[in-house]
Design a protein around this ligand. Structure first.
Ligand code: GSH
Length: 221
């Protein structure tokens, strides 16, 4: 990257969405600065100005221009720095990748949140729903090592960021991904062996503790 280019990531340390962006930046070998946001206390003016519609992190500022929404940021990174392409080369592969990104964005985080937000019968239904989604993703991967085939790529990045909160879902839902979806668990392990993932993976125990704080804020306990 030319030295006059500047990348600044507006971040929150436990954001599974920011994790996606950090992994994509690491895959491209790009260096960047981080501005940590205090989401529970008060958001910075820069965040409010950069993402006026949602006021959420992550935001990536490229030479001062804001890019928002984590999947959209990862698309931008892949298009702007095309070496080590993350999306497949053929248009059919790219269309499948976009389909699964959309599915993951619509389903996974919300289904996980339903687990930590519920109790009793609702909790059981939320847990079953979450496991069902993982099984669909497992089915999409088939016998391949990664979503796109043999190579770690775009869909892997979009999903692996979210898995940093899965330990919390397991604890509050009383299930084990390894038991319910062993192929999915093996895929997580495989991804975590990659440098870009290992260096940016949120400590699952700390994510679990943070979800505990959210549960108190939402009066779940
Ligand atoms: N769809 C957004 C979700 C981002 C998101 O939910 N960010 C959370 C942190 S994990 C946030 O900024 N929350 C602050 C708020 O909702 O006010 C994306 O993919 O970037």
């Amino acid at each position: 990257m030319p030295s006059e280019e500047q990348l600044l990531l507006l971040d929150f340390w436990v954001s599974p969405f920011s994790t996606r962006v950090k992994i994509a930046l690491a895959e491209k070998g790009l260096s960047y600065e981080i501005q940590e946001e205090d989401l529970l206390g008060g958001k910075s003016d820069l965040l409010l100005k950069s993402n006026p519609l949602y006021a959420k992190v992550p935001v990536l500022l490229h030479n001062g221009k804001p890019i928002v929404e984590s999947s959209n940021i990862v698309y931008y990174i892949d298009e702007t720095w095309p070496s080590q392409q993350l999306l497949p080369a053929c248009s059919y592969g790219r269309s499948r990748a976009r389909f699964w990104v959309d599915f993951i964005d619509k389903k996974v985080f919300d289904a996980g949140s339903n687990i930590w937000k519920s109790k009793g019968e609702e909790l059981e239904a939320a847990t079953n729903d979450f496991i069902d989604i993982l099984k669909k993703l497992e089915g999409a991967m088939g016998d391949k090592d990664y979503f796109g085939g043999e190579k770690f790529g775009f869909v892997d990045i979009i999903l692996i960021g979210l898995t940093t909160w899965f330990y919390a879902y397991e604890k509050y839902g009383g299930f084990k991904i390894e038991k319910e979806c062993p192929k999915f668990a093996a895929w997580i392990k495989r991804c975590k062996e990659r440098d870009s993932v290992a260096k940016n993976y949120i400590d699952p125990q700390r994510a679990y503790e943070f979800v505990g704080v959210l549960r108190k804020m939402h009066d779940v306990e």
